[in-house]
Every structure is written in structure tokens, then in C-alpha cells.
Design a protein around this ligand. Sequence first.
Ligand code: PLP
Length: 355
Amino acid sequence: MTHTPKARAALSSLPAYVPGARPDGRQMWKLSSNENPAPTPPAVLAALAGAASIVNRYPDMAMTALTEAIATFHGVRTEQIAVGNGSVAVIEDLLQAYCAEGDEVIFPWRSFEAYPICVQVTGATGVPVPLRPDGRHDLPALAAAATTRTKVIILCSPNNPTGPTLSEAELREFLGAVPNSVLVALDEAYIEYVRADDAVDGKALLGEYPNLVTLRTFSKAYGLAGLRVGYAIGDPGVLAPVRAAGTPFGVNTLAQQAAIAALSVSDSALETVAETVAERERVLGAVRAAGWDVPDAQGNFFWLELGASTPSFVEAANRRGILVRGFGSEGVRISIGEPEANDIVIELLTELSKR
Ligand SMILES: Cc1ncc(COP(=O)(O)O)c(C=O)c1O
């Protein structure tokens, strides 16, 4: 009888992470991964070139300069920061630090598809709570789902893929309703794109709620998705175990140097964000005028609930040279990209609305 290594049972039923479609050799506009279409700033390119000659050495494991740069940027102490290989890795570290088999992690659904995967890998049980019909979190239902086994609740503002934010008042009420012993991880990957007046900025609430942690990333506004740097800001005592759970040397030298440089020219990143926001408003204005019902879109993407027509829409977009992200027979998420790409999206949706 042959014996083969057996992975943990939890891994046999992991949902697959479906990455946004990539061009298959044809010239395609990639609106499938919520990326920043702006060119990489010269300061970041220079940092990468400078760091390229020292990759024979291990990175700074403590990420000292990067952590200091992030802390200074946000006006917090370095102990309030935990950096990882993308904010997905920080979510993993956080879940590793706080959850094990028998524990529960609550998250809204549909939301960022990494959540159920990261939860299941820890052995904890994911508790998805359906969104409201308008694509917003159902906060009373999320709070009501908490049990004595709940260790972490993940919230996402703006929610990927539907787009709306949480308001500050809503989050305060929610934090008042859940036990202080539950860690609330607020994923704000797209916060720089938010323009809603009442939207929450998790950082502003950290002092009042030590069980709140906000997750940020260099992948979106700062255009470093390919380098993988994200971080959490929160209470030093809460984040120390998150840092301890991180992969040693998990953020490479190029990524550390590029992220420091990106922060040093943050104004230019925010200019690219402003351009994307202007494009978002242009696209949404046209698409809504054509009769489409689009939930409030506060990130660099918008959501169309197309139901059974989702696959045929994805195909139609592909034929026009646009890659979008379809979700089964639920709907499609379309990133805001280059103006030429956005024009094609408007054209396609305007035509389809007339059929
Ligand atoms: C809500 C949300 N959180 C986190 C991430 C991942 O960010 P990172 O590239 O920092 O791992 C994404 C990426 O699409 C996202 O949509």
C-alpha cells in the first residue's frame, strides 16, 4: 500500500481565487483587476533601479524605513503599523494570529474573494453575511451573526466588487454593537478613491476602538500592484501578533524601496486617483443615463448585477477588446481604466441598453 502525504481537510474544499483575466496576446484593455492605469512615477522607477543592484542581500526584515515612512505619512507610531506582501498577506497574518479551528470569522458576501480562502486556510469557519440588495453591507445582520466563537469580522469599504462605502455613523454603531474582544478588520484598499461625504475613514476611529484595524495597500492608488505591499494600522498590542505571524523577509527589497518612493511623491499618486475619479463619474453618468442601475461606486470600479446575462456580457466586452471580471451568474465588475477603454465601456453599455 502506498502512503501519500495528506494535506489538511480544510484545504480540499478551498474556493479558488479567480484572478482578473489577462490579455491572451491580443491588444486588450484590462479592466478586470481594479489596477491603476497611470504610468509608474519616475521617483519609483529610480528607487527600483537603485535597489536592483542589492538584491543579493536579504531585505530589511523589520522593514524599518518603510514602516517609519508609513507611520510618518499617517501621523501614527511605528508600533501601530504591520506591513506585508500585499494587504492580502496582512489579512492572512491577521487571521493566523487570531483564528484557529473552531473559531468563526464573519465577512460580508459578496465581497473580496480572498476573504473566504484566507479564513478557510486557518481552519476557522467563515460566516458570510449577504449584502443588501443595493450592494451595501448589512451591518445589523453582520453584528447579529457574532457568537462566542467569533474572533474576527472583516468589513470592506468601499466594497469590492459592488462599490459602496460604510458611513462613519454606521461603523460607530456597529463597533458599539460587537464585543470589544472581536477584532474588526476594515479593508480600505480603495479609500483614496472615496468621495462620499459621509464615508468612514477607519484611521480616524482607531483611538476610540482598539479592536479596530484598518487595512491599506500600495496596489491601487499608488500603482504598485505588481510589487505587493500592504499594511494594517491599529493598536500596537493588537498588531504585534500580526507582525509575528508574518513571513520572515516577506516584503522584498524592491517593493520596500518602491513603496517608500511612492509615499515621497504621494501627491502625484493622488493626482492619478483624481483622474480616475473624474473618469468614474463620467462613465457612471453615461451608463446611468443609458438606464443601467449601478450601485454607488466609490472605488476604481463599478458593478452591474446582470444575473444570467453575465457570461454573455463578458464575451461581448471581450469582443470589443475589454477584459472585465464576471462573477458566475451574479454580475460583472468593471474597473475604471484609460479614457479610451472607458469610452468603449460606455459605447457597449449604451448599445446594449437599447436592445
Ligand atoms: C478589497 C480588497 N482588499 C485587498 C486587495 C488586495 O490588495 P493587495 O494587492 O494589497 O494584496 C484587493 C485587491 O483587489 C481588494 O479589492
